[in-house]
Design a protein around this ligand. Structure first.
Ligand code: KIV
Length: 271
């Protein structure tokens, strides 16, 4: 049956999203940065909006997310919060704003007071004490594994991660450690779909994939990619505006295609 994207009826929370995972029902995430797009997401039934530090590249014109500051994030989290009262809002902590647990707590508090309902941080095992501290203090945390763009210079580019067995094992172990530490969900970026399947089956919290195949509990795409604004779009992206008559139609089409299991298609998947 084809899903029809309809406005969210009530505010989403972590428990609803975790229950959706249990029922095998996919949820939809969009990374976006301003009030009108945030309002459109609510009207299109987008359960989670991510104010991603990708805004450094998509809005501010940098070539990576490294220059993004906490002040940039606060400005955009506030705008998204003003535009959307029902989706769950995740705010990214940018590069070097969570290098130790105390620094993470101070910056996460700023993001929450600006309107985020959860913060996202990139990394594996080393983040376990930070996740524990934040969760203990009442701040929900989303993990981020695989291609973690703040480490682009360590990776030598925006490259698929987890292709060799040792790296795949380490990403899977990190997922379990983050779950144990208390993350409420985790983003899996640019990893082979087989690895994403293993992680999704072995952790109880929802996984949100981007370039991680079709089997994650949710998908996330950046609004610029949905609207065909990216000059050289990554393989995992799709321009939904080319199949719709206007911008709201493109967002609804993305929602429908994720819910119906049509997106990501074979062309958008890494093996
Ligand atoms: O910053 C961002 O938008 C992200 C997504 C691409 C997952 O982290």
């Amino acid at each position: 049956m084809v899903y029809a994207a309809t406005p969210l009826e009530k505010p989403l929370n972590i428990q609803t999203l975790q229950a959706m995972k249990k029922r095998g029902e996919k949820f939809v995430t969009v990374a976006l940065y301003d009030a009108p797009m945030a309002a459109m997401a609510e009207k299109s039934g987008v359960e989670v909006v991510l104010v991603g530090d990708s805004l450094g590249m998509t809005v501010l014109g940098y070539t990576s997310t490294v220059p993004v500051t906490m002040d940039h994030m606060i400005y955009h989290i506030e705008a998204v919060h003003r535009g959307n009262k029902k989706s769950l809002i995740i705010g990214d902590l940018p590069f070097m704003t969570y290098a130790n647990p105390e620094q993470a707590m101070a910056n996460a508090a700023r993001a929450m007071q600006a309107g985020a309902h959860m913060i996202k941080i990139e990394g594996g095992e080393w983040l376990a004490p930070t996740v524990k501290l934040l969760v203990e203090r009442g701040i929900p945390v989303c993990g981020h594994l695989g291609l973690t763009p703040q480490s682009v210079y360590k990776f030598g580019g925006f490259r698929v991660q987890g292709r060799d067995a040792a790296q795949a094992k380490s990403i899977l172990e990190s997922a379990k450690i983050l779950e144990q530490a208390g993350v409420a969900m985790m983003v899996l970026e640019c990893i082979p779909s087989e690895l994403a399947v293993q992680i999704t089956q072995q952790v109880k919290v929802p996984t949100i994939g981007i370039g991680a195949g079709r089997e994650t509990d949710a998908q996330v795409l950046v609004i610029n990619d949905i609207l065909g604004l990216t000059e050289q779009p990554p393989k995992f992206a799709k321009n939904f505006l080319s199949e719709a008559k206007d911008i709201p139609g493109a967002m609804r089409k993305y929602v429908q295609d994720v819910k119906d299991g049509i997106f990501p298609g074979d062309d958008n998947i890494f093996c």
